[in-house]
Design a protein around this ligand. Sequence first.
Ligand SMILES: N[C@@H](CCC(=O)N[C@@H](CS)C(=O)NCC(=O)O)C(=O)O
Length: 326
Amino acid sequence: MATFADPKLISEAGALMRPASVFRHFISRDPGSTFPPEAGRYHLYVSYACPWASRCLALLNIKGLRKAISVTVTKSVFERTKDTDEHMGWVFPSSSTEEDGAEPDTLNGAKTVRELYELASADYTGRFTVPVLWDKKLKTIVNNESSEIIRMFNSEFNEIADNPDLDLYPPQLRAQIDEINEWTYNDINNGVYKCGFAQKQGAYNEAVTNLFNALDKCEEILSKQRYLCGDTVTEADIRLFKTLIRFDAVYVVHFKCSKKAIREYPNLFNYTKDIYQIPGISSSVNMEHIRKHYFISHTHINPFAIVAASPNIDFSSPHDRDRFTK
Ligand SMILES: N[C@@H](CCC(=O)N[C@@H](CS)C(=O)NCC(=O)O)C(=O)O
């Protein structure tokens, strides 16, 4: 029953070691597939706070899959998941008025995300993470790895998606996207967590150096082109965006990513607004859930659970990114 407060996830050198996701089935259009893409069959459990889960929500929205795949959003702050042990994790509210944006689990009647994992596998010993992509027919978890869930949403549901022509992982850009994802994941998406959860100065120093080198590299790329792969938006942009949108309000303070804020990088800042303004993206962002979750749930790094004041940033204000595509 690991969480990030668990000493087993910290190396000798004091660095965070993120374990791999466990449920790795694929929804596929291939004949004979156990998990074929069917409207109404799958359900996505997310937290708005979680960058990995909310990238799935972003994909669901921009591909026009909200009618085909249902969604339940957890409460923003971790709570005890059982009376009989100390585990703290994602829970569902008992009514939809308990917290704005969060909903009870009317599909499985679960009180916690942990219960979903226990329904899917009696001997599961991993973390009880979101996202969870659930199969209503086989009553199990299809997949709990966001990087794979977004690929399925992008390509496997095109017969039922409202926006089937949008391809965020097009064949001609795949090698470039994979290469960018590799360093943006290690140094930025997961890099902020490596800064925040480091337990030795050396591990923090390494993570924070790699993080800001990678952000500088993005700034440089984005000073020459609108998106990471050129003039079309791709999966790599959605993945980067989910970290950038949390950066100034949370990561700068909570994870000590304090060398610079995103609003000090002219290209990255305008790019964040640009992605935010793509239809379907802003509704995958809930700043209240984001701020409350990090500052209140991570008691091992913020024991008094004080929610830090937020800078006042309007991501829907004008940006200058269309200068590249005029
Ligand atoms: N590899 C997973 C990571 C998901 C993940 O780490 N989610 C966090 C929230 S941001 C979580 O659910 N944590 C619960 C816990 O640690 O107990 C993915 O990308 O889907």
